[in-house]
Design a protein around this ligand. Structure first.
Ligand code: ZN
Length: 266
């Protein structure tokens, strides 16, 4: 398989044209003609992930977050990102990003998150595209039965990979919950949409004090704030399965290295 073959499969599931206009998705480095045998999937293009790729002998790393989101004038090895680019090229490892195009895909990042925290049955986008009701940001679904906010929080914590952050809950632990909205990654911008959707609880990441506090004051759904990395990690297995199921003869591996920004809680 060449890198171009693998990219074609990934872009079938995550069309780059569906990425937000501010986003930077696609091939970051690598030669489309180079052979690919081993593909590592990870959330973040950071040094520990690149080290893991070198050690395993990966030819390609597929990541969720862009290495460069804004323009740069240097990939000098004395800059942290430039150092990564040097290491990747020296070891013939390509780097490929599927970010907001993976968020809005069907299935995408929030489908995997929804299943990881225990939602069952049909999932619909929290904020669907005007031209496609089955694609968009976030997902809304249901629990197998009504339960308490506390029980759902425990279920979510057990279903997500462990981080120092854990999960935080805003709302009465005894509150009954059944309909749930989830959104992988930073979900501040979807708070109003979650309330309008009439869900009982909204699970996302990177919520800030003021929006969360005002949301509770206004009687919004309960909130669960998980670690950013943990909400996106469940998607990696789904992305890897696209290659596994497509007849592309590559070996895939999902990195279990925790790359959440927060490394300790006290
Ligand atoms: Zn993210």
């Amino acid at each position: 398989m060449t890198l171009a073959d693998v990219i074609k499969k990934l872009e079938g599931a995550y069309p780059p044209g569906r990425a937000e206009s501010w986003d930077a998705v696609g091939l970051v480095c690598g030669d489309p003609a180079q052979p690919v045998r081993r593909v590592l999937f990870a959330v973040d293009p950071v040094s520990v992930v690149v080290e893991e790729a070198v050690e395993w002998g990966a030819d390609l790393i597929v990541v969720h977050h862009p290495l460069y989101l804004r323009g740069t004038t240097t990939v000098a090895a004395d800059t942290p990102k430039g150092r990564l680019v040097h290491t990747l090229i020296k070891h013939d490892i390509a780097l490929y990003t599927a970010h907001t195009n993976a968020d809005v895909a069907n299935p995408g990042v929030s489908d995997a998150l929804a299943r990881a925290v225990g939602l069952v049955g049909d999932l619909v986008p929290l904020q669907p595209f005007p031209d496609d009701p089955w694609r968009g940001l976030g997902r809304v679904g249901e629990l197998p039965e009504e339960t308490s906010l506390e029980q759902f929080a425990l279920r979510a914590a057990a279903g997500l990979p462990k981080t120092a952050w854990g999960i935080r809950v805003a709302g009465d632990p005894a509150r009954r919950v059944f309909r749930v909205a989830v959104s992988g990654g930073a979900g501040d911008s979807l708070l109003g949409t979650a309330r309008a959707a009439g869900v009982d609880v909204f699970l996302t990441a990177d919520l800030r004090h003021h929006p969360a506090s005002e949301f509770a004051e206004e009687g919004g759904p309960a909130l669960i704030d998980a670690a950013h990395w943990a909400t996106e990690w469940p998607w990696l297995a789904g992305a890897a399965s696209i290659l596994d199921a497509s007849g592309v003869t590559v070996e895939t591996r999902v990195s279990a290295t925790v790359t959440d920004a927060w490394t300790r809680g006290y």
